[in-house]
Design a protein around this ligand. Structure first.
Ligand SMILES: [Fe+2]
Ligand SMILES: [Fe+2]
Length: 366
C-alpha cells in the first residue's frame, strides 16, 4: 500500500504533548515498550478533568493504541502493564468527573426507552447546529468539521466493542445499526468514507487523525468518553446508552449541518454525510432506544441506570463541546488549538484536496 493510502486510514502521527504527563507518554511511545516509573500520574488531580488538556491527551494517547495505533510506535505498548496502570489512574479521575457532572438519572417505571426520551427532551444545549445552519462562515464550518473528524473518520468503531459482550435482542439491534454505519459492507457507503468526502470538499486534510493536534480537550473528551465505555465491559450499559442518545439527537442537527453547507455553496457530495444521517438516524433512534437499550435492560436490569448515565454523559459533553465552539467564535477566536509547528520529517500538507467546488479556495484552517 502506498504511503498516502496508509495515512488515509491511519495510524496518525503522535501529537505534541500538552503537559508533563502527556509529554512523558509521548516520549515513552517513541521507544520500544518498557516499564514506566510507578510514580507517573499518581498525583493526578486536575481542577477540571474534562477540560484538562494534559489529562485528555494522555487518555487519547493510551486509547488510540487500541484503535489504529500511532505511526512508528511499538505495538506492544497496547498491553504494556505500567501504561495500562497509568491509563487506569487517568480513567478513574475522568469517570469520577463524569459522574459528578451527570449524577444518576433515575430510571422511570416505564423503562429505559422512556428514560432516554426524557433525557433527550430535556437536552437544551447551546445552539451550535442552528448557528452552523444560519450564520457560521466557511472558516467556522471548517473548524467544526475538523473537530468532528477525530470521531467521524472512525465512526461507529467504539460502539462495536459492545458486540462480543452482548447476546440476544440487544446484540441484534446493535448489529442492525452498525451495519448501516459501516455502509452494509460497501466502502463508498461507510459513514466514515462519506465524511472523508465532506472533508475533501471543504479542502481539509482527509488523513485519519489529522486534526488531533489542534483538537482541544473538550473534543478529545467526547472521544475518550466512547473509548472509556467501549473498553470496559462493566460499562457496556453506558456504551449502549451513549449510542442511543447519539442516534436520538442526530436527525435534526444533521439536517441543519447539511443546510449550512448548502448555504455556503457546497454540493451534494459535501452534504451527503449529513443528509444520510437525517434519514438513517430517524430509524436508528427507534432501534437504539427500544430494541437495543430496552433489550439490554430486559436481559440485565441492573444495567438500566448505566444506560441513562451513558446517555446523559454523551449529551453533557456535547453541550460543553457546543459551548466551547460558540464561546470562542463569539469572542472572535478560533475554536481550535494553535497549529503544530513545522514537523520533521515532512508531513502531509494541511490542505490535501484540489477538488473544492465552492467557494474555490478556503483559507488556511488556523
Ligand atoms: Fe453514522
Ligand atoms: Fe446512526
Amino acid at each position: 500500500m502506498s504511503e498516502p493510502a496508509d495515512r488515509r486510514y491511519g495510524p496518525a502521527t503522535l501529537p505534541r504533548a500538552r503537559g508533563p504527563l502527556s509529554a512523558a507518554v509521548v516520549e515513552a511511545l517513541r521507544l520500544p515498550a518498557y516499564d514506566l516509573p510507578a510514580s507517573l500520574g499518581v498525583d493526578l488531580d486536575p481542577a477540571d478533568p474534562i477540560t484538562d488538556e494534559d489529562l485528555q491527551l494522555t487518555l487519547f494517547l493510551c486509547y488510540e493504541l487500541h484503535y489504529r495505533g500511532w505511526l512508528g510506535v511499538d505495538e506492544s505498548w497496547e498491553w504494556q502493564p505500567t501504561l495500562l496502570a497509568l491509563r487506569a489512574r487517568c480513567e478513574q479521575v475522568f469517570e469520577a468527573a463524569l459522574r459528578r457532572l451527570v449524577g444518576s438519572p433515575p430510571v422511570p417505571v416505564a423503562g429505559v426507552a422512556a428514560g432516554l426520551a426524557e433525557l433527550v427532551a430535556a437536552d437544551d444545549g447551546p445552539p451550535l447546529a442552528a448557528t452552523l445552519q444560519r450564520r457560521a462562515d466557511l472558516t467556522q464550518f471548517r473548524e467544526f468539521v475538523a473537530h468532528r473528524s477525530v470521531y467521524h473518520l472512525r465512526e461507529a468503531d467504539p460502539h462495536s466493542w459492545a458486540l462480543p459482550r452482548l447476546g440476544g435482542p440487544a446484540k441484534a439491534a446493535l448489529v442492525e445499526i452498525q451495519t448501516d454505519e459501516y455502509g452494509n459492507g460497501r466502502l463508498d457507503r461507510m459513514h466514515a468514507e462519506l465524511f472523508r468526502r465532506t472533508l475533501d470538499r471543504l479542502g481539509l486534510d482527509t488523513s485519519y487523525g489529522a486534526y488531533i493536534d489542534v483538537a482541544p480537550a473538550v473534543t478529545l473528551a467526547t472521544n475518550n468518553l466512547m473509548s472509556l465505555f467501549g473498553l470496559h465491559r462493566r460499562l457496556r450499559g453506558a456504551l449502549l446508552g451513549h449510542l442511543a442518545a447519539f442516534e436520538m439527537t442526530s436527525s435534526l442537527p444533521n439536517r441543519r449541518y447539511g443546510n449550512g453547507l448548502r448555504r455556503l455553496g457546497f454540493d451534494e457530495v459535501a452534504t451527503r454525510f449529513y443528509d444520510e444521517h437525517v434519514e438513517a438516524d430517524a430509524v436508528h433512534e427507534q432501534i437504539a432506544a427500544h430494541d437495543m437499550c430496552g433489550g439490554l435492560a430486559r436481559a440485565e436490569p441492573a444495567l438500566a441506570p448505566d444506560v441513562l448515565f451513558g446517555a446523559e454523559a454523551g449529551l453533557a459533553l456535547d453541550r460543553l463541546f457546543a459551548a466551547h465552539l460558540l464561546d470562542r467564535w463569539a469572542a472572535g477566536h478560533s475554536s481550535l488549538r494553535a497549529p503544530a509547528p513545522p514537523a520533521l520529517p515532512p508531513t502531509v500538507p494541511l490542505v490535501a484536496s484540489t477538488t473544492v467546488v465552492a467557494p474555490p479556495a478556503p483559507p488556511a484552517l488556523v
